[in-house]
Design a protein around this ligand. Structure first.
Ligand SMILES: [Zn+2]
Length: 260
């Protein structure tokens, strides 16, 4: 049986390169990809690409520092409107907390308000939440713990914390998604988390065009490289690419239930 992979988190460019990117996916057994929006404009574009290409699905959401001049109430109603225009929306996000050197970004209070709104939206629409977390472990966990009892599901994208934190997310029923970061020698400790993970909660992603895997650094990343991430997961768990592909793909189909 040929293997089948799903890139659960990428950002496709809005250019004529998309055809070539998708052709490369086919050659590397990547059957579907989730094209993730980070702003209203980006979410609109993610939906357009999903409507145009069979392999592409969309997630819509507002990154902590995007659309800063639009009120959270307006962003809420704009996302609600988008949810009604396509059957290929599989998730809400990426959203979450980003405490970094971002210039003119949102304050932490305002980030929480935006994240909270999108968590509610995910619960109401029974869609998984795709979470971005940079230096926001405590806040992210408190929002997840608040909504998990109401049925919130989701994934911690591009996981880069330790096993203790992974366990807390798993306790809330969350999935954990690994990116090309696990191929970096400087992040070798992440392989310990990969090894300890229950297999039924692992997802793989590229976060392309960011985070190219080791051996491709300095090049733009692309969804086809999710195969390299899956190979590294197999290596860490002393398993095979076939077994990892089969399980991570079925996990993605359970979480993003629109994917068949
Ligand atoms: Zn992303």
């Amino acid at each position: 049986m040929p293997i089948e992979l799903i890139d659960t988190h990428c950002h496709l460019p809005d250019s004529d390169q998309v055809e070539a990117i998708l052709a490369n996916c086919m050659q590397n057994s990547v059957k579907y990809l989730v094209n993730v929006g980070t702003s209203l404009e980006g979410s609109n574009k993610a939906i357009k690409a999903a409507n145009k290409h069979e392999q592409v699905y969309a997630s819509i959401g507002i990154y902590p520092h995007e659309d800063k001049d639009v009120s959270v109430a307006k962003l809420h109603s704009a996302l609600e409107d988008l949810l009604h225009i396509s059957k290929k929306i599989v998730g809400i996000g990426e959203c979450g907390i980003d405490i970094s050197e971002w210039e003119n970004g949102r304050s932490i209070e305002s980030q929480i308000e935006l994240f909270d709104m999108q968590s509610q939206l995910a619960v109401e629409h029974k869609l998984p939440l795709i979470i971005h977390n940079r230096n926001g472990d405590h806040t992210v966990l408190s929002v997840i713990e608040k909504y998990a009892p109401q049925g919130l599901k989701g994934v911690a994208h591009c996981f880069s914390q330790d096993w203790d934190y992974a366990k807390k997310l798993l306790d809330c029923g969350f999935y954990i998604s690994f990116s090309g970061m696990i191929t970096y020698p400087a992040r070798r400790e992440l392989l310990e988390v990969v090894k300890k993970m229950p297999l039924n909660k692992i997802l793989v992603e590229t976060d392309s065009p960011y985070l190219p895997p080791q051996g491709h650094r300095g090049e733009p990343n692309e969804p086809a490289n999710v195969k390299l991430v899956a190979e590294k997961v197999a290596f860490a768990r002393n398993s095979t690419l076939e077994a990892v592909a089969e399980k991570t793909t079925s996990n993605a189909k359970v979480l993003f239930s629109v994917l068949k």
